[in-house]
Design a protein around this ligand. Structure first.
Ligand code: NAP
Length: 385
């Protein structure tokens, strides 16, 4: 089935993508072509545990390492990373890890060349000097941050996520090596894989969807539905499932770089920041309510998603919701946000806050009120429409 596409459209992807086992071994050559003083930005645990840092230092013996990035990084840690970069005169950034280190690395790249705190650069193209060049090496399969121009950070003052965006934040090179994702534990595999699914689904219904993105998104949805359960069940051995999931995540990043995210992400940030739910899982808990709404506004687009998920396109809303619930059941993840620690009192507050912030609705189809947002949270809380 052909979806009617939005014309005209713009599609930018300046990142060079190297995908495949051992692509990580190209790091030294790629980094040397961009600078002489590399700064590695990574998380606290897995790059050490996997021996990845040793492999980096074999290829880049003079690299400095900033390994303090936790999950959902805030602006403060990025400002510290930028000070470290300036202190050591670093001139190329190597981001290794999930979306958290990759996003922190992008903010560090901006602040290393531009004065002031992160808050000065929220929005699009707010910096004056070009950020340091970035090479991104994902170790999760979900965000696609390796091919996006966004750094999504927690603003500790506003207690929400804000974005630094700009074309110069596209990593120059993305090295996608499925071997590096083998060590993800089951819960991280599931949460990150659901983020890829969410980004693909949201891309198709975004006001800024593109025909190229639609094709990639349907492909990404098919891959997640088929391979996420396998990656979750036996990801240490099933390299084929890991490869397919990394490819789906890449597709989801390419899409989100063009089409942005929709209300699902806007609402999910509250689950992550206030309730500690992993980013991708937070989105997944909101997909069914928001896509039941989307089905009424854009039935043809939902029909294509339903087909990609193996459901009946003749009843797109019902089919997509049922496919989502089936996937969560198969992954042994409760569809009720309540079971993940969200409370009734919290969703009242979340709905009121989201409704006041037009940015959260910028790509969302349909006119929505605070009551609609509350209803989506309520349905997510109960795991039923
Ligand atoms: P993450 O927060 O980067 O990582 C989740 C956990 O997995 C961390 O504890 C991490 O520990 C661990 N981990 C990472 N790779 C591992 C591996 N190979 N083996 C074992 N453990 C591993 O999770 P994420 O879902 O990838 O990223 C989420 C962040 O990305 C959020 O802040 C979200 O807002 C952002 N995001 C950005 C974009 C964008 O376009 N910029 C798009 C979507 C989401 P260590 O780091 O300590 O190893």
């Amino acid at each position: 089935m052909q979806i009617s596409s939005h014309f005209p459209f713009r599609f930018a992807l300046p990142t060079i993508i190297e995908f495949g086992s051992n692509s990580f071994d190209a790091l030294g050559t790629r980094a040397s072509a961009l600078g002489n003083a590399p700064l590695v930005v990574t998380g606290k645990h897995s790059a050490h545990a996997m021996g990845l840092l040793e492999r980096v230092l074999q290829q880049l013996p003079n690299a400095r390492v900033f390994d303090a990035i936790g999950e959902n990084p805030d602006t403060t840690i990025c400002e510290q990373g930028a000070a470290f970069s300036r202190e050591h005169n670093c001139d190329v950034i190597v981001a290794i890890g999930g979306g958290s280190p990759m996003d922190a690395a992008k903010a560090i790249a901006v602040l290393a060349r531009n004065d002031g705190p992160c808050a000065h650069y929220f929005g699009a193209d707010k910096y004056v000097n070009a950020p340091l060049p970035i090479i991104a090496v994902p170790t999760t399969a979900g965000t696609g941050s390796e091919v996006t121009p966004y750094s999504v950070l927690v603003d500790p003052v506003e207690r929400t996520k804000r974005t630094i965006a700009g074309n110069a934040l596209f990593p120059r090179v993305a090295l996608l090596d499925p071997e590096l994702t083998r060590s993800m534990p089951r819960n991280v595999t599931i949460a990150t894989g659901l983020d890829a699914l969410s980004q693909c689904m949201e891309g198709i219904v975004s006001k800024k969807s593109t025909p190229l993105g639609d094709a990639l998104a349907l492909d990404g949805i098919r891959r997640v539905c088929e391979f996420l359960p396998r990656a979750a069940d036996d990801g240490e051995n099933d390299i084929d499932a890991r490869t397919q999931m990394l490819c789906a995540a890449l597709a989801s990043g390419i899409i989100v770089a063009q089409s942005g995210t929709t209300l699902v992400h806007g609402m999910g940030y509250a689950y992550t920041i206030e309730c500690g739910i992993a980013h991708g899982l937070a989105n997944a808990l909101l997909l069914a309510p928001v896509f039941a709404h989307n089905a009424r506004i854009a039935p043809a687009r939902l029909a294509s998603i339903a087909s990609a998920m193996g459901g009946d396109p003749a009843n797109p809303g019902t089919a997509v919701v049922q496919s989502l619930y089936n996937l969560l059941d198969r992954l042994e993840v409760s569809r009720c946000a309540h079971d993940h620690g969200v409370t009734e009192e919290q969703i009242e507050k979340f709905a009121t806050e989201i409704a006041k912030d037009p940015y959260r609705f910028r790509n969302q189809i349909g006119d929505l009120t605070r009551d609609d947002v509350y209803r989506f949270y309520r349905q997510s809380l109960d795991g039923a429409l």
